[in-house]
Design a protein around this ligand. Structure first.
Ligand code: GRF
Length: 205
């Protein structure tokens, strides 16, 4: 069993509440991971400001400075390697990742999505759930593949939809669960308990 903490990079574009929850959980005595780097593609992302205020290494890397998505990701890879990152956690990162990054970090990129995938991938997942009239929604942490919100599901949490829910009220209850399960997935990853077998994730007990 490893003795050092697993190093993660959180990639975000906005608010960063999942990043903050992971950071808080990483401070627990029995935590097995640390947030070694935060990267944002948006200069004004609140999550970036939070990381800076917490003295976590944080970078704004502007896509427009690169000739293509692939060149952008090659630069990300250089930085991730320099920082010995072992797991990349997408948390509200509003860019589809290309094969360049996925191949380099195969099985080592996770994402969180506010629905029970494969239902309601893409944008406005909570609104999609309300519009569809489902009675149960929730959130999913999954490994990232080349599609949008389509990689192997690692963990899900369900949230009941109330008759009078608005997008805001449902999103808030889902977010609470997101904050819980994302850190749990990271913990299991570094305990080497997540196995991808035939496109499905097995959690070793
Ligand atoms: C979350 O709802 C997450 O599921 C989705 O984007 C949102 C990010 O929120 N991918 P935050 O930036 O972590 O607060």
């Amino acid at each position: 069993m490893r003795t050092s903490k697993g190093k993660i990079a959180v990639l975000l574009s906005g608010r960063g509440s999942n990043f903050e929850a992971m950071y808080k959980n990483s401070l627990a005595d029995d935590s097995n991971f640390k947030i070694a780097l935060v990267i944002s593609n948006k200069k004004k992302a609140k999550g970036l400001e939070t990381a800076i205020s917490l003295s976590i290494p944080a970078l704004y890397i502007r896509p427009r400075d690169y000739s293509s998505k692939e060149e952008y990701e090659k630069h990300l890879i250089t930085i991730l390697k320099e920082n010995n990152i072992e797991l990349i956690c997408l948390a509200g990162f509003m860019r589809v990742i290309s094969p360049v990054l996925i191949k380099e970090y195969s099985g080592k990129i996770t994402n969180i999505h506010p629905s029970l995938l494969p239902s309601f991938p893409g944008l406005d997942a909570q609104k999609q759930a309300l519009d569809a009239g489902v009675k149960i929604s929730g959130c999913t942490v999954h490994f990232v593949d080349e599609g949008v919100d389509s990689g192997p599901v690692i963990m899900q949490a369900e949230v009941k939809v109330k008759a009078d829910d608005s997008e805001e009220s449902l999103s808030a209850r889902i977010l609470k669960e997101e904050h819980r399960i994302y850190s749990e997935v990271v913990r299991l990853f570094f305990l080497e308990k997540l196995i991808i077998d035939d496109g499905k994730v097995k959690i070793l007990t």
